[in-house]
Design a protein around this ligand. Structure first.
Ligand code: FES
Length: 366
Protein backbone atom coordinates (compact mmCIF):
# COMPACT_ATOMS: atom_id res chain seq x y z
CA UNK A 1 0.00 0.00 0.00
CA UNK A 2 1.22 3.51 -0.79
CA UNK A 3 1.49 6.31 1.76
CA UNK A 4 -1.71 8.07 2.82
CA UNK A 5 -2.68 10.83 0.33
CA UNK A 6 -3.70 14.30 1.54
CA UNK A 7 -7.43 14.43 2.38
CA UNK A 8 -9.95 15.35 -0.31
CA UNK A 9 -11.53 18.81 -0.37
CA UNK A 10 -14.88 17.91 -1.88
CA UNK A 11 -17.43 15.14 -1.81
CA UNK A 12 -20.03 14.74 -4.55
CA UNK A 13 -22.93 12.84 -3.02
CA UNK A 14 -25.11 11.43 -5.77
CA UNK A 15 -28.07 10.89 -3.48
CA UNK A 16 -30.27 9.33 -6.15
CA UNK A 17 -30.45 8.76 -9.87
CA UNK A 18 -34.16 9.58 -9.89
CA UNK A 19 -34.85 12.80 -11.80
CA UNK A 20 -37.98 14.31 -13.34
CA UNK A 21 -35.94 15.62 -16.28
CA UNK A 22 -34.56 13.52 -19.11
CA UNK A 23 -31.64 15.62 -20.40
CA UNK A 24 -29.78 13.68 -23.08
CA UNK A 25 -26.42 15.16 -21.98
CA UNK A 26 -26.64 13.93 -18.39
CA UNK A 27 -23.28 12.78 -17.03
CA UNK A 28 -24.88 10.01 -14.99
CA UNK A 29 -24.04 6.48 -16.12
CA UNK A 30 -26.33 4.98 -18.73
CA UNK A 31 -27.00 2.12 -16.28
CA UNK A 32 -28.69 4.13 -13.52
CA UNK A 33 -28.90 2.91 -9.92
CA UNK A 34 -32.44 1.78 -9.10
CA UNK A 35 -34.21 3.52 -6.19
CA UNK A 36 -34.30 0.30 -4.16
CA UNK A 37 -30.48 0.20 -4.27
CA UNK A 38 -30.07 3.68 -2.73
CA UNK A 39 -28.23 4.23 0.53
CA UNK A 40 -30.38 4.86 3.60
CA UNK A 41 -30.59 8.09 5.54
CA UNK A 42 -28.34 6.65 8.23
CA UNK A 43 -25.76 5.56 5.65
CA UNK A 44 -25.55 9.04 4.20
CA UNK A 45 -25.31 10.67 7.62
CA UNK A 46 -22.43 8.40 8.56
CA UNK A 47 -20.69 9.17 5.24
CA UNK A 48 -21.05 12.91 5.82
CA UNK A 49 -19.66 12.58 9.35
CA UNK A 50 -16.72 10.56 8.05
CA UNK A 51 -16.10 13.10 5.31
CA UNK A 52 -15.99 15.96 7.80
CA UNK A 53 -13.61 14.00 10.03
CA UNK A 54 -11.32 13.43 7.04
CA UNK A 55 -11.14 17.15 6.34
CA UNK A 56 -13.61 17.42 3.46
CA UNK A 57 -14.85 21.02 3.22
CA UNK A 58 -17.45 21.04 0.48
CA UNK A 59 -20.40 18.71 0.12
CA UNK A 60 -22.22 18.76 -3.20
CA UNK A 61 -25.71 17.29 -2.85
CA UNK A 62 -26.39 15.99 -6.30
CA UNK A 63 -28.10 13.26 -8.30
CA UNK A 64 -30.11 12.71 -10.46
CA UNK A 65 -32.30 15.23 -8.76
CA UNK A 66 -31.47 15.37 -5.03
CA UNK A 67 -34.90 16.82 -4.25
CA UNK A 68 -36.30 13.40 -5.13
CA UNK A 69 -34.99 12.21 -1.75
CA UNK A 70 -37.58 12.64 0.99
CA UNK A 71 -34.81 13.00 3.60
CA UNK A 72 -32.96 15.82 1.81
CA UNK A 73 -33.58 18.42 4.55
CA UNK A 74 -32.59 15.94 7.26
CA UNK A 75 -29.39 15.06 5.40
CA UNK A 76 -28.59 18.72 4.84
CA UNK A 77 -29.09 19.50 8.53
CA UNK A 78 -26.71 16.71 9.46
CA UNK A 79 -24.08 17.86 6.97
CA UNK A 80 -24.26 21.40 8.35
CA UNK A 81 -24.06 20.08 11.90
CA UNK A 82 -20.81 18.21 11.19
CA UNK A 83 -19.30 21.30 9.59
CA UNK A 84 -19.61 20.76 5.85
CA UNK A 85 -20.34 23.60 3.41
CA UNK A 86 -23.47 22.42 1.60
CA UNK A 87 -24.15 23.02 -2.07
CA UNK A 88 -27.44 21.81 -3.54
CA UNK A 89 -27.10 20.94 -7.22
CA UNK A 90 -30.64 20.92 -8.56
CA UNK A 91 -32.76 21.31 -11.66
CA UNK A 92 -35.27 23.13 -9.44
CA UNK A 93 -37.96 20.74 -10.62
CA UNK A 94 -39.20 18.78 -7.63
CA UNK A 95 -38.24 21.52 -5.18
CA UNK A 96 -41.36 22.69 -3.38
CA UNK A 97 -41.62 25.86 -1.32
CA UNK A 98 -42.00 23.74 1.79
CA UNK A 99 -38.85 21.76 1.06
CA UNK A 100 -36.94 24.91 0.23
CA UNK A 101 -37.94 26.47 3.56
CA UNK A 102 -36.82 23.33 5.37
CA UNK A 103 -33.48 23.37 3.55
CA UNK A 104 -32.95 26.99 4.54
CA UNK A 105 -33.84 26.14 8.14
CA UNK A 106 -31.36 23.27 7.97
CA UNK A 107 -28.61 25.73 7.08
CA UNK A 108 -28.11 25.10 3.36
CA UNK A 109 -25.24 27.29 2.15
CA UNK A 110 -25.52 27.49 -1.63
CA UNK A 111 -27.73 26.53 -4.57
CA UNK A 112 -26.58 25.59 -8.05
CA UNK A 113 -29.49 25.67 -10.47
CA UNK A 114 -29.32 24.25 -13.97
CA UNK A 115 -31.01 25.86 -16.96
CA UNK A 116 -31.64 24.01 -20.22
CA UNK A 117 -32.61 26.83 -22.56
CA UNK A 118 -33.50 30.51 -22.87
CA UNK A 119 -37.24 29.97 -23.18
CA UNK A 120 -39.80 27.37 -22.20
CA UNK A 121 -40.05 25.83 -25.67
CA UNK A 122 -36.33 25.11 -25.85
CA UNK A 123 -35.77 24.24 -22.18
CA UNK A 124 -38.80 22.00 -21.75
CA UNK A 125 -38.01 20.20 -25.00
CA UNK A 126 -34.44 19.28 -24.12
CA UNK A 127 -35.28 18.50 -20.49
CA UNK A 128 -38.34 16.49 -21.48
CA UNK A 129 -40.46 18.21 -18.82
CA UNK A 130 -43.30 20.60 -19.51
CA UNK A 131 -43.28 23.54 -17.11
CA UNK A 132 -39.65 23.03 -16.11
CA UNK A 133 -38.51 26.46 -17.33
CA UNK A 134 -41.19 28.31 -15.36
CA UNK A 135 -40.36 26.30 -12.26
CA UNK A 136 -36.68 27.26 -12.50
CA UNK A 137 -37.55 30.94 -12.60
CA UNK A 138 -39.65 30.49 -9.50
CA UNK A 139 -36.89 28.62 -7.65
CA UNK A 140 -34.25 31.21 -8.60
CA UNK A 141 -36.46 33.91 -7.05
CA UNK A 142 -36.84 31.90 -3.82
CA UNK A 143 -33.07 31.53 -3.56
CA UNK A 144 -32.20 35.15 -4.21
CA UNK A 145 -35.03 36.48 -2.03
CA UNK A 146 -33.65 34.36 0.77
CA UNK A 147 -30.21 35.86 0.20
CA UNK A 148 -28.59 32.52 -0.56
CA UNK A 149 -25.79 32.59 -3.13
CA UNK A 150 -26.96 31.24 -6.47
CA UNK A 151 -24.90 29.69 -9.24
CA UNK A 152 -26.66 29.02 -12.54
CA UNK A 153 -25.19 26.52 -14.91
CA UNK A 154 -26.01 25.69 -18.51
CA UNK A 155 -24.78 22.93 -20.77
CA UNK A 156 -24.16 23.89 -24.38
CA UNK A 157 -24.87 21.45 -27.23
CA UNK A 158 -26.01 21.52 -30.83
CA UNK A 159 -29.61 22.23 -29.83
CA UNK A 160 -28.83 25.48 -28.00
CA UNK A 161 -25.33 26.48 -29.10
CA UNK A 162 -26.49 29.61 -30.90
CA UNK A 163 -28.09 30.80 -27.65
CA UNK A 164 -24.99 30.45 -25.46
CA UNK A 165 -24.57 34.20 -24.82
CA UNK A 166 -28.30 34.55 -24.09
CA UNK A 167 -27.93 31.78 -21.52
CA UNK A 168 -25.43 33.99 -19.71
CA UNK A 169 -27.85 36.91 -19.80
CA UNK A 170 -30.68 34.73 -18.50
CA UNK A 171 -28.51 33.46 -15.63
CA UNK A 172 -27.64 37.02 -14.67
CA UNK A 173 -31.31 38.02 -14.90
CA UNK A 174 -32.15 35.14 -12.54
CA UNK A 175 -29.80 36.65 -9.97
CA UNK A 176 -26.81 34.34 -10.28
CA UNK A 177 -23.67 35.52 -8.57
CA UNK A 178 -21.78 32.92 -10.55
CA UNK A 179 -22.54 31.45 -13.97
CA UNK A 180 -21.12 28.28 -15.41
CA UNK A 181 -21.36 27.80 -19.16
CA UNK A 182 -20.16 24.29 -19.92
CA UNK A 183 -19.81 22.89 -23.40
CA UNK A 184 -21.04 19.30 -23.25
CA UNK A 185 -18.57 16.87 -21.76
CA UNK A 186 -19.11 13.50 -23.40
CA UNK A 187 -19.65 11.03 -20.57
CA UNK A 188 -22.59 8.86 -19.61
CA UNK A 189 -25.72 9.84 -21.52
CA UNK A 190 -23.87 12.59 -23.36
CA UNK A 191 -21.44 10.03 -24.75
CA UNK A 192 -24.35 7.86 -25.83
CA UNK A 193 -25.98 10.87 -27.53
CA UNK A 194 -22.80 12.45 -28.87
CA UNK A 195 -23.90 12.25 -32.50
CA UNK A 196 -26.98 14.37 -31.65
CA UNK A 197 -25.28 16.88 -29.36
CA UNK A 198 -21.97 17.80 -31.00
CA UNK A 199 -21.99 21.30 -32.53
CA UNK A 200 -19.92 22.05 -35.61
CA UNK A 201 -16.49 23.59 -35.22
CA UNK A 202 -17.86 26.91 -36.52
CA UNK A 203 -20.79 26.90 -34.09
CA UNK A 204 -18.47 26.07 -31.21
CA UNK A 205 -15.98 28.80 -32.07
CA UNK A 206 -18.77 31.36 -32.45
CA UNK A 207 -20.39 30.39 -29.14
CA UNK A 208 -17.09 30.36 -27.32
CA UNK A 209 -16.18 33.85 -28.53
CA UNK A 210 -19.65 35.16 -27.71
CA UNK A 211 -19.54 33.81 -24.14
CA UNK A 212 -16.05 35.26 -23.66
CA UNK A 213 -17.44 38.63 -24.77
CA UNK A 214 -20.25 38.32 -22.21
CA UNK A 215 -17.64 37.48 -19.62
CA UNK A 216 -15.90 40.78 -20.35
CA UNK A 217 -19.22 42.61 -20.31
CA UNK A 218 -20.09 41.31 -16.81
CA UNK A 219 -16.55 41.42 -15.39
CA UNK A 220 -16.52 42.74 -11.82
CA UNK A 221 -20.24 42.04 -11.36
CA UNK A 222 -20.74 38.33 -12.05
CA UNK A 223 -18.17 35.55 -12.23
CA UNK A 224 -18.53 33.49 -15.41
CA UNK A 225 -16.84 30.09 -15.55
CA UNK A 226 -16.48 28.83 -19.09
CA UNK A 227 -15.86 25.10 -19.53
CA UNK A 228 -14.18 24.58 -22.89
CA UNK A 229 -15.46 22.23 -25.59
CA UNK A 230 -13.13 19.27 -25.10
CA UNK A 231 -13.18 17.89 -28.62
CA UNK A 232 -12.03 21.19 -30.06
CA UNK A 233 -9.32 21.88 -27.49
CA UNK A 234 -5.54 21.57 -27.89
CA UNK A 235 -4.80 20.45 -24.35
CA UNK A 236 -6.89 18.24 -22.09
CA UNK A 237 -8.57 19.46 -18.94
CA UNK A 238 -7.12 18.51 -15.55
CA UNK A 239 -10.04 16.19 -14.99
CA UNK A 240 -11.10 16.01 -11.32
CA UNK A 241 -7.95 18.08 -10.65
CA UNK A 242 -6.13 14.78 -10.93
CA UNK A 243 -7.41 11.29 -10.12
CA UNK A 244 -7.78 10.74 -6.38
CA UNK A 245 -6.24 14.14 -5.53
CA UNK A 246 -9.05 16.43 -4.39
CA UNK A 247 -12.50 14.94 -4.69
CA UNK A 248 -14.49 11.76 -4.44
CA UNK A 249 -17.96 10.69 -5.54
CA UNK A 250 -20.37 8.43 -3.76
CA UNK A 251 -22.96 6.85 -6.05
CA UNK A 252 -26.59 6.36 -4.96
CA UNK A 253 -25.87 2.73 -4.10
CA UNK A 254 -22.72 3.58 -2.11
CA UNK A 255 -19.89 2.91 -4.53
CA UNK A 256 -17.06 5.34 -3.90
CA UNK A 257 -15.67 6.57 -7.19
CA UNK A 258 -12.75 8.80 -8.17
CA UNK A 259 -15.06 10.48 -10.72
CA UNK A 260 -18.66 10.24 -11.92
CA UNK A 261 -17.72 8.15 -14.95
CA UNK A 262 -15.10 5.80 -13.53
CA UNK A 263 -17.31 2.73 -13.83
CA UNK A 264 -16.72 2.66 -17.59
CA UNK A 265 -13.12 1.59 -16.93
CA UNK A 266 -13.05 -2.20 -16.85
CA UNK A 267 -11.08 -3.98 -14.18
CA UNK A 268 -11.26 -1.25 -11.54
CA UNK A 269 -12.36 -2.44 -8.12
CA UNK A 270 -14.68 0.03 -6.39
CA UNK A 271 -15.15 -0.29 -2.66
CA UNK A 272 -18.50 0.52 -1.10
CA UNK A 273 -19.21 2.99 1.67
CA UNK A 274 -21.62 0.39 3.03
CA UNK A 275 -18.69 -1.83 3.98
CA UNK A 276 -15.76 0.44 4.71
CA UNK A 277 -15.00 3.89 6.01
CA UNK A 278 -14.54 6.75 3.56
CA UNK A 279 -11.02 7.32 4.89
CA UNK A 280 -10.00 3.73 4.21
CA UNK A 281 -11.46 3.86 0.72
CA UNK A 282 -9.79 7.18 -0.08
CA UNK A 283 -6.42 5.95 1.07
CA UNK A 284 -6.39 2.35 -0.14
CA UNK A 285 -9.17 1.53 -2.61
CA UNK A 286 -7.65 -0.11 -5.71
CA UNK A 287 -9.75 2.20 -7.91
CA UNK A 288 -8.26 5.33 -6.32
CA UNK A 289 -4.75 3.90 -6.36
CA UNK A 290 -4.97 2.95 -10.05
CA UNK A 291 -4.23 6.41 -11.50
CA UNK A 292 -3.05 8.42 -8.50
CA UNK A 293 0.26 10.25 -8.94
CA UNK A 294 2.38 9.80 -12.07
CA UNK A 295 3.69 6.23 -11.99
CA UNK A 296 0.91 4.82 -14.16
CA UNK A 297 1.59 7.24 -17.02
CA UNK A 298 2.72 6.21 -20.48
CA UNK A 299 4.55 8.47 -22.91
CA UNK A 300 4.07 11.23 -23.92
CA UNK A 301 2.55 12.09 -20.48
CA UNK A 302 5.33 10.53 -18.42
CA UNK A 303 7.99 12.98 -19.61
CA UNK A 304 5.64 15.90 -20.36
CA UNK A 305 6.21 19.22 -18.58
CA UNK A 306 2.43 19.67 -18.32
CA UNK A 307 1.82 16.50 -16.34
CA UNK A 308 1.58 18.46 -13.08
CA UNK A 309 -0.91 20.80 -14.77
CA UNK A 310 -3.33 18.43 -16.48
CA UNK A 311 -2.39 15.06 -14.90
CA UNK A 312 -2.61 13.41 -18.32
CA UNK A 313 -6.16 14.64 -18.87
CA UNK A 314 -9.16 12.43 -18.36
CA UNK A 315 -8.85 8.68 -17.74
CA UNK A 316 -12.45 8.05 -18.74
CA UNK A 317 -11.98 9.91 -22.01
CA UNK A 318 -8.86 7.87 -22.82
CA UNK A 319 -10.90 4.75 -22.09
CA UNK A 320 -13.94 5.84 -24.09
CA UNK A 321 -12.01 6.98 -27.16
CA UNK A 322 -8.99 4.65 -27.18
CA UNK A 323 -10.00 1.70 -25.02
CA UNK A 324 -6.97 2.32 -22.77
CA UNK A 325 -7.52 4.27 -19.54
CA UNK A 326 -3.79 4.78 -18.97
CA UNK A 327 -3.18 6.38 -22.37
CA UNK A 328 -2.65 10.10 -22.87
CA UNK A 329 -6.08 11.75 -23.19
CA UNK A 330 -6.38 12.07 -27.00
CA UNK A 331 -7.72 15.60 -26.61
CA UNK A 332 -4.03 16.53 -26.18
CA UNK A 333 -2.23 17.50 -29.39
CA UNK A 334 0.75 15.47 -28.13
CA UNK A 335 -1.29 12.27 -28.23
CA UNK A 336 -0.51 10.14 -31.29
CA UNK A 337 -4.29 9.65 -31.55
CA UNK A 338 -5.28 13.32 -31.44
CA UNK A 339 -6.49 13.35 -35.06
CA UNK A 340 -9.20 10.86 -34.08
CA UNK A 341 -10.88 13.48 -31.89
CA UNK A 342 -11.23 15.90 -34.80
CA UNK A 343 -12.58 13.15 -37.02
CA UNK A 344 -15.23 12.22 -34.43
CA UNK A 345 -16.19 15.85 -33.86
CA UNK A 346 -16.62 16.45 -37.60
CA UNK A 347 -18.57 13.23 -38.13
CA UNK A 348 -20.86 13.70 -35.10
CA UNK A 349 -21.78 17.30 -35.80
CA UNK A 350 -24.08 16.29 -38.64
CA UNK A 351 -27.55 14.85 -38.50
CA UNK A 352 -30.71 15.65 -36.56
CA UNK A 353 -30.56 16.74 -32.92
CA UNK A 354 -34.08 15.41 -32.26
CA UNK A 355 -33.15 11.74 -32.41
CA UNK A 356 -31.34 11.71 -29.07
CA UNK A 357 -32.13 9.10 -26.42
CA UNK A 358 -33.70 10.81 -23.38
CA UNK A 359 -32.09 9.90 -20.07
CA UNK A 360 -34.23 7.36 -18.30
CA UNK A 361 -34.08 4.15 -16.31
CA UNK A 362 -33.82 0.98 -18.35
CA UNK A 363 -37.06 -0.02 -16.65
CA UNK A 364 -39.21 2.42 -14.76
CA UNK A 365 -38.10 2.65 -11.08
CA UNK A 366 -40.11 0.63 -8.60
FE1 FES B 1 -13.35 10.08 -15.12
FE2 FES B 1 -12.36 12.34 -16.23
S1 FES B 1 -14.44 11.73 -16.05
S2 FES B 1 -11.32 10.84 -15.07
Amino acid sequence: MSETPPPPEGLLAELTHRCPLACPYCSNPVALDAPRAELSTQDWKRIFSEAAEMGVLHLHLSGGEPCSRRDLAELTAHAVEVGLYTNLITSGVGLTRDLFDRLVAAGLDHVQLSIQGVDSAQADWIGGYKGGYAKKREVAAWVTDEGLPLTVNAVIHRGNVEDAPRMVDLAVELGARRVEIAHTQYYGWAFKNRAHLMPTREQTDRAFAAVEARREHYRGRVVIDHVAPDYHARFPKACMSGWGRQTLNVSPSGKVLPCHSAEIIPGLEFWSARDRSLAEIWAHSPAFEAFRGFEWMQEPCRSCERKTVDFGGCRCQAMALLGDASACDPICTKSPHHALVGEIAARDSEGPVEDFAPRRFAREPA
